[in-house]
Design a protein around this ligand. Structure first.
Ligand code: MRU
Length: 341
């Protein structure tokens, strides 16, 4: 598969994730407003891909001239939760004194790095999963989309599946559909299909029942921001998944590049959580599915306390190991920083 996001002939080229799984097509983004619109519509999404979008966006602004600093600020604030977006913007912007070509060179270097980091992080995580779980082949559970499409290339948590599948060690993947925008059923299932990995899509609400029935050896998720204490912001539903995994003694592993770690934030309580439009819940494909005028609570992300996470794995290896994967750890969960989040 081609890169999810790249620079081509003076513009940003992305795989249009809104069109999948029906159509695989690319979009060319020639201006900063077009890029911001694509980010907010989730045509380009996933924390590492957003980091690349931020950096390439500064290159677009630098070649266009004008107030590059102001344009960079607008890009950095297009979505609030994934720290990678602001990280990508800041790193590219630091090259602006050397000219637009230097900004682009830095952005391109970041794209190359993204694939290296994700392959390494998911490789370390694959070894960790094999050490945690005795069953072979493995039955894994995925939430949201953490594959190639969420990154420049390869993927994070789904990258673990690629590594293990190559060794014949994956029996199947349970794919949370990921309400309300269906990144699981639209994108993760599509990637698994392309790769020939056996999978089943399930409603998010089936995950705890699947664990109770002994159908899950390990839960693998990505992250949008990891606080200094190991709390993790990720797609809405991750927190509930972690509670269920802790209850059932199922390892819960977070895989992310270090660009997702925000050491400036002491804990997850400080992470800004994006709230999206009511219509994403009150309508389905344009058809009303709630009474006219119904209000909605539609947070795009939640925060999972470190105490519920077996390990956070980056390209540097296991960054933090907080709960043992074996026996149910309900008492330890109650002792953790659950309150106040
Ligand atoms: O709203 P999205 O689709 O951008 O949310 C993406 C996620 O929550 C992913 O799990 C996260 O960015 C990690 S992707 C490697």
């Amino acid at each position: 598969m081609r890169r999810t996001i790249d620079w081509a002939s003076g513009a940003i080229e992305i795989v249009d994730q809104v069109a999948l799984p029906g159509e695989y097509r690319t979009l060319r983004l020639r201006t900063v407003p077009e890029l911001i619109d694509a980010i907010q519509r989730l045509a380009v999404r996933g924390a590492p891909a957003l980091g690349a979008a931020g950096a390439l966006g500064v290159a677009l602004a630098a070649f266009a001239g004008g107030d590059v600093g102001a344009a960079a600020q607008r890009i950095a604030h297009a979505r609030p939760t994934a720290v990678n977006l602001a990280w990508g913007v800041e790193r590219a912007l630091a090259m602006l004194p050397h000219g637009a070509d230097a900004v682009l060179a830095e952005a391109r270097a970041m794209l190359d790095e993204d694939e290296r980091r994700n392959r390494a992080a998911s490789g370390h995580a694959a070894e960790f999963v094999l050490a945690q779980c005795s069953r072979r082949p493995l039955r894994l559970l995925s939430h949201c989309n953490t594959g190639q499409l969420a990154t420049v290339a390869w993927g994070t948590a789904l990258g673990v599946v690629w590594h293990l599948h190559a060794r014949g060690l994956v029996e199947s993947v349970l794919v949370d559909e990921t309400r309300p925008l269906l990144q699981g059923s639209r994108l993760t299932a599509w990637e698994l299909e392309q790769a020939g990995v056996p999978y089943r899509v399930q409603p998010d609400s089936a995950a705890a029942a699947a664990m109770a029935r002994g159908m899950v050896d390990c839960v693998l998720v990505g992250a949008d921001r990891i606080a200094a204490n190991g709390d993790v912001a990720n797609k809405i539903g991750t927190y509930g998944l972690a509670i269920a995994a802790a209850h059932h003694g199922v390892p819960f592993v977070v895989v992310a590049p270090t660009s997702t770690v925000d050491e400036r934030l002491a804990s997850g309580a400080d992470i800004a959580i994006e709230e999206r439009a009511d219509g994403e819940l009150t309508e389905f494909a344009g058809t009303p599915v709630a009474p006219a005028g119904a209000a909605a609570f539609n947070p795009a992300f939640d925060v999972t306390p470190a105490a519920l996470i077996t390990a956070v794995v980056t390209e540097n290896g296991v960054r933090g190991q907080h709960r043992s994967g074996g026996a149910p750890s309900r008492d330890r969960v109650r002792e953790g920083p659950l309150e106040g989040i």
